[in-house]
Design a protein around this ligand. Structure first.
Ligand code: 13P
Ligand code: SF4
Length: 337
């Protein structure tokens, strides 16, 4: 295995990029728009964005922006969260069909039925869920603040964590708080398996292994750090090592290389990843995140479509648990638990 040979797919050629980026910059001014992009977006989208970050950073940015239009380059639940937090803005996303396997695993009607079975449940929802599920929840978490928010959860209630069983299991390990876990997972992160990550570790001894908590326990247990995509970047920046094995979606490598140009980032391989013709990449890619392209960013700015719109009642109900999350995240550490 030679991980150094593994690289994400080629970008647009320079001429095509410059032409689209110029058009996007012009439309952005005309529309008074801001472009927010998740760390898993393709490099060319990250390069035109005003802000690139993890789910927590993007929510904070969406809540505070004064731009009239938010172009949300991520998946649908993220754009919905931006709309919930800042309903006066027009929110568009490049591809309406950019979903998430975690969101799909947890229909609101199934959650409501489970909640009825135990009135003592206090529901903690990972932000990777629909607005309807958020509206049924007591608090929202991201991978960047889940541990802190679960520590602050009421001690006299039964905690129900939806929809990611892997993140939930990791948070239980970190906090010692028992929780009932919904049986959902991220189809892309569970592709990372013990054997491949162990082989990468053997091939590159001394390179810290940095793992996203949506990964399975056997892989998390090999990690030097388990954290959100944003904290992964901070970890690598502050660590003295020159080379890292990264266990998450390969889009993150672009930001890591920009943040630490003198370091090397090796994307952990997955076994059964679908390949594009002529693609030698064995990295994990989220097919939903990769539905967005620079052309679609231009189109949604030009057409102000597809838009995220939600019923008023859902907007209002879903806002409370997200705001509770943002408030706890903003507290000094010692007051949060
Ligand atoms: P982060 O919040 O860590 O960026 O994770 C989002 C996500 O969808 C991971 O798969
Ligand atoms: Fe959802 Fe996984 Fe894609 Fe993140 S990487 S958006 S959790 S399917």
């Amino acid at each position: 295995m030679n991980l150094a040979e593994i690289s994400p797919r080629p970008r647009l050629d320079a001429k095509a990029f410059d032409s689209l980026a110029g058009e996007i910059a012009r439309l952005k001014t005309e529309r008074n728009a801001v472009i927010l992009a998740h760390n898993y977006q393709v490099p060319e989208i990250q390069d035109v964005a005003d802000f690139v970050g993890d789910s927590l950073g993007l929510s904070q940015e969406a809540a505070r922006t004064e731009a009239e239009v938010i172009v949300f380059c991520g998946v649908h639940f993220m754009a919905e969260t931006a709309k919930i937090l800042n309903p006066g803005r027009l929110v568009v996303l490049p591809d309406r069909d950019a979903g998430c396997s975690l969101e799909e695993s947890c229909p609101a009607s199934d959650l409501a039925a489970l909640q009825k079975s135990n009135p003592r449940f206090w529901t903690i929802a990972y932000i990777n869920c629909s607005a309807e599920v958020k509206a049924l929840s007591d608090v929202i978490v991201t991978s960047g603040n889940a541990e802190r928010i679960v520590k602050a959860a009421p001690k006299d209630r039964d905690l129900l964590f939806v929809p990611d069983e892997n993140l939930g299991q990791w948070v239980m390990e970190q906090t010692g708080r028992p929780m009932t876990l919904w049986k959902g997972n991220c189809y892309a992160h569970v592709e990372f398996q013990l054997e491949q990550v162990l082989a990468a570790k053997r091939e590159y001894p001394g390179s810290p292994v940095v793992v996203h908590p949506e990964s399975v326990k056997a892989v998390r247990d090999l990690a030097d750090a388990v954290c959100s995509t944003e904290k992964m970047i901070t970890f690598c920046r502050n660590h003295h090592a020159r080379q890292f094995i990264i266990v998450t979606e390969s889009g993150i490598l672009h930001r890591m290389k920009k943040a630490c140009p003198d370091k090397e980032f090796l994307c952990a391989p997955v076994q059964d990843v679908m390949k594009m013709p002529g693609d030698s990449c064995r990295c994990s890619e989220c097919k939903y995140m990769k539905m967005n392209t620079l052309e679609k960013v231009r189109n949604c700015l030009r057409d102000l479509h597809p838009r995220v719109e939600l019923p008023q009642a859902i907007l209002e109900k879903a806002r409370h648990p997200i705001e509770r999350m943002l408030q706890i995240s903003a507290l000094p550490q010692e007051n949060a638990a």
